[in-house]
Design a protein around this ligand. Sequence first.
Ligand SMILES: [Zn+2]
Ligand SMILES: [Zn+2]
Length: 391
Amino acid sequence: MIVQPNESVVARVLELRRTIHRRPELGFEEHETAALVERELEALGIEYRRIAKTGVVGIVRGAKPGRVVGLRADMDALPITERTGLPFASEIDGKMHACGHDAHTAMLLGAARVLHGARERLSGTTVLIFQPAEEGPGGAEPMIAQGALDDPKVEAIAMLHVDPRLEAGAISITPGPVNASADELYITVRGKGGHGAYPHTAVDTIPAAAAIVLALQNIAAREVDPLKSVVVSIGTIAGGYRNNVIADEVQMSGTLRAFDPAIRDTFEHRVHRIVNGVAGAYNARAEIKLVRGYPPVINNDALAENLAVYLREFTKIRVERLSPTMGGEDFAYFAQRVPGVHVRLGVRNESEGAVHAGHSPEFRIDEAALPIGVEVLVAFASGVGDGGIGV
Ligand SMILES: [Zn+2]
Ligand SMILES: [Zn+2]
């Protein structure tokens, strides 16, 4: 079932998006946003429940039998001060919808409106998942733990993410891995302090730390198959007291990313071997903490291909296939549980200044993309529901 959102649906989606944009809320603090979602579902006559503190699950039951399909949107904002100058810019200092989750939530509410309005023709059930805290600490896992995929049992799931690399009017569907795992690395190098003029009496942690930073790059440069993608980035380094004092401690933090779960699982061992080995060579000691973050998002191959074919056949939407990115996304947990597909929605428009990357204080989107997103969500729910899109 292909339903293009009509004018009133589009107008409502724009209004909702701007309302949410004005009132950004951080992870698990999405009280206003969740209440707005609930009010909208209530007004439409769609049943819903609250889980995972600020998460909302709505259910649209089609009149005809069919599959149970999940649609997921995230609702949280970022701790960034907005600098777009838009008339509906953030009213809350230090918080901004700089990743487009306002648009995701509004489009899912638009899709809910369309699907509920067409429920007499709809096969299967659509589960609307409004998720908190994608930007951290992670809302997908608690939503799943509290039954978001279980009642009714979701058989396939999709999400949209706005993407300023892609022109508004286009979407991208890529089979296989599309987002990387994102693990956090913390290293403390310990030595022995002393006078800068007498290094032989101390254990200097500065050269040890420098050597560790360089040696860690060997994971990407020398240890992993060059055809497999990994990233090792050290983001912070801090230590020392003044120019002529030998630093007894250096602290560093970084991020480790991969698409392949098997390669990701080798990080722990590799990091320990390299960091301890290099620290030892400099007569220093190291403490290492690796915190596992989101797993990679792996789109289900068949579902992604079938959705792309379906949209090319039945809609005018331009379907492209962008390369994966090393960004993280906690939709990964949903896609681990059921076949899932992360669809990128083009929002780039140079004439409107919609060119900045997500998480930039100048991030903005071309809102002409929003009806396309609604159409994709509706097509996925109804197409998977009635078997037009095979799982
Ligand atoms: Zn983000
Ligand atoms: Zn995001």
